[in-house]
Write a protein that binds this ligand. Structure first.
Ligand code: ADP
Ligand code: ZN
Length: 438
């Protein structure tokens, strides 16, 4: 393994007892901030949390009620703001497709803390000021653009704010400026690789060595596929706009789970049905309390994201616990003829097959009283669409492997390499047409 570098050596390796003491101290401050907001002010008092004195240890966190996305919408636009409006310098809103956007506000200190956490995350993957960083993600309200932008500048990297889309232009920039590090969604990185082959861009003409991939779930096989095809190291990046955006949790050079930056967030894993804490190491919903933001304090926020903590420490020496790869959101779960299924389970199976191409889509529709479930996937570049025998054999192989692993019998459709739609932002992997029939 390459030599490990720390952005903040002391904080990143703080002994657990000290780290937890720091969390309590910061939580007390966040509770004070929260009490000043219209929504929390009323809520916390109702739950008997009238001042920061009510928080003496991390166990007291449980005295604080959960906060949900709906609460944020109900409090829109300024119900969760704890500072005078003049002190707010920026807002970001969730990329949510429907309804009222969940909006988060930042004061100067908040932006500085976020930038530092981003720099810490980027540095943890082994990047240095010598790197040239192409940020191939949407800018604007989406936190992924500006978040990485400022963090990479803080590290001292040369930042190319390329934004998402337009692969031909992206290749030009990579060649002209000698890009070494990319940031994109995993689905866009796969698309970049397909396009590279299609447009005959030689790998040797690029200096790429790393990529950060996040904003949507992806499997370990997908990571390996991107790494193999592009000959780079890929690091998983997790965040959500309610918690600033990226830099909530990030993989280090060991690439074995994402360090949750516990001096900035308190993470709990709960059973989403009973709301009780999950057992150690057990999969459940991640609940986060933000310790690094004054303008919009959020406590015990239910992320809906499903994950678990690794119990053993990381080889890198950081003491901040690691999260497992997020398998999806609890509200992503599909129920197909009574069987519970996450899109990530399908991805795990198909991305492990080398005959399968880089893109896929799941379609669920009504067929009388039953649900019909189709997996559309592209074939790899070496498979010709006019060889019916090979196509049928591949279809059958995918169907059987899926049936064994997910116990639902899907229809499989094969599509030509590069022919399924690609999103510029987050990939839309599921089309649930049943909802139209209701
Ligand atoms: P929205 O909630 O509208 O999608 P965000 O941009 O804040 O808006 O998205 C955050 C969500 O994206 C997370 O809650 C999680 O579901 C997903 N996400 C972000 N990073 C990852 C990742 N590395 N792996 C899996 N899912 C991720
Ligand atoms: Zn580590």
């Amino acid at each position: 393994m390459p030599e490990i570098q720390y952005w903040e050596p002391d904080l990143e390796r703080l002994p657990r007892t000290e780290l937890e003491a720091l969390q309590v101290k910061k939580l007390r401050k966040s509770v004070e901030d929260a009490l000043r907001t219209p929504v929390y002010g009323e809520r916390l008092r109702k739950h008997g949390v009238t001042s920061s004195d009510c928080i003496k240890s991390l166990d007291d966190l449980r005295r604080i009620p959960f906060t949900t996305k709906n609460d944020l919408r109900d409090g829109f636009p300024y119900g969760f703001v704890s500072v005078p409006k003049d002190d707010i310098i920026r807002l970001h809103a969730s990329s949510g497709t429907t309804g009222i956007p969940t909006t988060i506000y930042f004061n100067k200190g908040d932006i500085a803390r976020w930038r530092n956490n981003m720099a810490r995350s980027i540095f943890a993957t082994g990047c240095t000021k010598s790197d040239v960083f192409q940020n191939m993600i949407t800018y604007g309200m989406f936190t992924g653009g500006l978040g990485f932008h400022y963090g990479a500048e803080e590290v001292g990297m040369l930042v190319i704010p390329s934004g998402a889309g337009n692969t031909a232009k992206q290749f030009r920039m990579m060649q002209d400026y000698g890009t070494t590090v990319l940031h994109a969604t995993p689905s866009f990185l796969l698309h970049v690789e397909s396009k590279m082959r299609e447009e005959g861009v030689a790998r040797d003409s690029l200096k790429l060595r790393k990529a950060f991939a996040g904003a949507e779930p992806y499997s370990e096989d997908t990571r390996r596929r991107i790494e193999g095809l592009l000959n780079i190291d890929v690091y998983n990046s997790y965040g959500l706009s309610e918690m600033n955006g990226p830099s909530v949790a990030f993989e280090c050079q060991c690439k074995s789970g994402l360090h949750l930056w516990e001096d900035s967030y308190i993470g709990e894993i709960i059973n989403p049905d009973t709301l009780e804490p999950a057992k150690e190491g057990e999969l459940g919903e991640l609940v986060l309390s933000c310790l690094c933001r004054e303008a919009t304090p959020l406590l015990r926020y239910r992320t809906r994201d499903l994950t678990a903590f690794y119990t053993e420490p990381c080889a890198c020496g950081r003491t901040h616990r690691r999260l497992r790869r997020i398998t999806g959101r609890s509200d992503d779960m599909l129920i197909i003829n009574g069987v519970n299924l996450f899109p990530s389970q399908i991805e795990e199976v198909i991305m492990a097959m080398k005959e399968v191409g880089n893109n896929y889509l799941i379609v669920v529709e009504k067929d009388g009283a039953l649900d019909r479930f189709t997996v559309k996937t592209e074939v790899g570049p070496d498979i010709f669409m006019d060889d019916a025998r090979i196509l049928n054999a591949l279809k059958e192989k995918i169907r059987k492997t899926l049936q064994t692993s997910i116990t639902v019998n899907p229809r499989v459709e094969l599509h030509e390499n590069g022919s399924l739609p690609v999103a510029e932002g987050k990939a839309k992997r599921v089309q649930d047409l049943r909802l139209k029939d209701i």
